[in-house]
Design a protein around this ligand. Structure first.
Ligand code: NDP
Length: 254
């Protein structure tokens, strides 16, 4: 069955950072199913190849690039390579992210820098590059993958919570500046999703706490992030900007 026209992403080029696994893979495949050409940007080349094969299987133009988003000098060349190979970027999903769990008292400077560079700084600098191209084409969509910790804070992930909080404010501030250029910038807030990142929380007491607090009574699957991402990438969301959309089985309302 064809997707309703307002969700049709044919003719779009999407970049998904960290698209080679977890939530990024789920979103990359969802955008491709809706018709977008997709570039996945991440460090592990074997995982890149594996998801690239899945994207190609869906019949859309796709590429993977080896990129460490903390290497600022490599961001523009990577985005230019995507445009050379696939065309003008109309969708950017800032998804690459890492977590370091340690008390604030013992948090090391190098961990702070690594987490903030990955989870916040890279999202801003990639967005800054993307909007330049989007402004020329008078349309664009940026989707930042934030966190419940953006809103509530975290028990032992100070840099993660600080970066993800900053990402929501970056989303809102850029949304204001670029709305007149028909560029919509929004954030998705996943609840607890079953990925490598959350493996430490998938057993023991913390698992029980999460399940109890999540009204849906389970972790989400990566594929379940795709629907909201397709919405935010499509014409269906042309009057939605600066918003945060929870995809969390109700976690935030408890
Ligand atoms: P995973 O650990 O499963 O995947 C992380 C992805 O980010 C991988 O593809 C990894 O690829 C990529 N990545 C990490 N560091 C870099 C880097 N320096 N440069 C390029 N790519 C990088 O995590 P999730 O899928 O769970 O998380 C995805 C996003 O969703 C993150 O921003 C996370 O904070 C957020 N999130 C996740 C939640 C969850 O419950 N899972 C909840 C809330 C938010 P590679 O290692 O090959 O570079």
């Amino acid at each position: 069955m064809a997707a309703p026209k307002m969700f049709d992403l044919n003719g779009n080029v999407a970049v998904v950072t960290g698209g080679n696994g977890g939530i990024g893979r789920g979103i990359a495949l969802g955008l491709a199913e809706a018709g977008a050409a997709v570039a996945i940007l991440a460090r592990n080349e074997e995982k890149n190849r594996s998801v690239l094969a899945e994207l190609e299987h869906l019949g859309v133009p796709a590429i993977s690039l080896k990129l460490d988003v903390t290497q600022r000098a490599q961001l523009r060349p990577a985005m230019e390579e995507v445009e050379r190979k696939l065309g003008p970027i109309s969708i950017l999903v800032n998804n690459a992210g890492i977590s370091v769990l340690r008390s604030a008292l013992k948090f090391r400077a190098e961990d702070w820098d690594r987490v903030v560079e990955t989870n916040l700084n890279s999202c801003f600098f990639l967005s800054q590059i993307a909007v330049q191209s989007m402004m020329q084409h008078k349309r664009g969509k940026i989707i930042n993958i934030a966190s419940e910790y953006s809103i509530f804070g975290a028990q032992s992930g100070i840099a993660y919570a600080a970066a993800k909080g900053g990402l929501v404010q970056t989303t809102k501030t850029m949304a204001i500046e670029f709305a007149p250029h028909n560029i919509q910038i929004n954030a998705l807030i996943p609840g607890w999703i079953d990925t490598e990142l959350t493996l430490p929380a998938q057993s023991g007491k913390i698992f029980e706490e999460i399940i109890t607090r999540t009204p849906a009574g389970r972790f989400g699957k990566s594929e379940e992030m795709a629907g909201a991402a397709v919405f935010l990438a499509s014409h269906a969301s042309d009057f939605v900007t600066g918003s945060t959309i929870y995809v969390d089985g109700g976690y935030a309302i408890r």
